[in-house]
Design a protein around this ligand. Structure first.
Ligand code: MN
Ligand code: MN
Length: 342
């Protein structure tokens, strides 16, 4: 772990002023000594209903300067510990999901090869498949924590000759053995489907499914316990913002009523602390359908939680009594990095 990167120009200004990279991190493609890269994927051609998530990464960046830096519930100040940069966006190709997939995988692979952890801002959920390809190439088959109101395990939404869309990434990931079904948990499924099979498909593959109704019955501690029991080893986290209720996240492509509150979603994500988390994405934020930026603001806060969890994954329980004292911080900074696998 290296010393933290200085903030971008203008970072001493109030949140409404200056240039908004993610949390005012320097915008750079130089990954030397970088612990975490924020990457945008402004792609929404995998959407089946209403589009607009191509504007997600920019809007999340725009609202992110309100994240002041100290995470009270997790008692960490990620930017004081990690070297974090804003890597900018993948060069997506709106009319070609295949070309976009190649670009995402190449960009993500280059970042991971540099020893940098990736937090990706979508974009629609189709982008998770090439991200999982890049991560599985480095870490082997992954555990997956998937927050969503939809399973995204359909075979195709537009006929068998079109296997890729935002409704299919995780069936493809299972078929490509990028993720381990027994270490894969879906949380928040709800809403009408085209039939009983839509949810049964993943059950039949051995995936742990916690529907929204079950989640409401279980309560947050039991959901968190079930997630932690399911995953094992290097774990990727994918969060579709439509896991939140449309009252809290209206700016999304396929809203489903009856979901988590913002507070519940924050608590669920914090419940992942200490796990071996190797990658994150947050997807389906569609600013054209948002109101007062509440969806983008929730996404920015969730990305900040991911960043805070990354600190926890690096240093584990050593941070339980995180010292504000600079000298102690210096000692913790030179702690060895987390091994790549295990
Ligand atoms: Mn969804
Ligand atoms: Mn989804």
């Amino acid at each position: 772990m290296s010393s933290p990167t200085p903030a971008a120009f203008g970072a001493d200004q109030q949140p409404f002023a200056g240039i908004a990279s993610f949390m005012r991190r320097p915008v750079t493609r130089d990954l030397s000594g970088v612990d975490v890269a924020i990457l945008g994927v402004p792609f929404d051609s995998g959407t089946s209903y209403r589009a607009g998530t191509r504007f997600g990464p920019r809007k999340i960046r725009e609202v992110s300067p309100v994240l002041w830096g100290y995470n009270n519930p997790l008692a960490v100040e990620p930017l004081e510990i990690l070297n974090v940069v804003d890597y900018g966006d993948v060069a997506v190709v709106p009319p070609s999901i295949e070309a976009t997939y190649r670009a995402i995988e190449a960009t993500a692979s280059a970042i991971l090869a540099a020893g940098t952890t990736l937090i990706t801002l979508g974009g629609d959920h189709s982008i998770s498949l090439p991200l999982l390809r890049a991560h599985a190439k480095k870490y082997g088959p992954l555990s997956l924590v998937h927050f969503d109101s939809h399973p995204d395990t359909w075979e195709s939404e537009f006929g068998p000759q079109h296997p890729y869309s935002h409704g299919t990434p995780f069936l493809n990931a299972l078929n490509e053995k990028l993720i381990k079904p027994e270490n894969y948990v879906q949380v928040g499924l709800r809403g009408p489907t085209s039939g009983v099979d839509d949810w049964q498909v993943v059950h039949d593959r051995g995936v742990r499914v916690i529907t929204m109704d079950e989640a409401a019955q279980m309560g947050l501690p039991a959901i968190i316990a079930a997630i932690r029991e399911t995953v094992n080893g290097p774990t990727y986290v994918t969060l579709d913002i439509d896991a939140a209720d449309p009252a809290f996240a209206p700016g999304t492509g396929t809203p489903e009523v009856g979901g988590f509150t913002s507070h519940q979603l924050l608590q669920l994500v914090r419940g992942l602390k200490g796990l071996n988390l190797v990658g994150f994405d947050i997807v389906e934020v569609s600013p054209p359908y948002d109101h007062g930026d509440i969806t983008a603001l929730l996404a920015a806060n969730l990305a900040f939680e991911f960043l805070s969890l990354t600190v926890r994954s690096f240093l584990g329980e050593k941070l339980k009594f995180w010292p504000k004292h600079a000298k102690m911080a210096e000692i913790l900074r030179v702690s060895p990095r987390r091994p790549d696998a295990g």
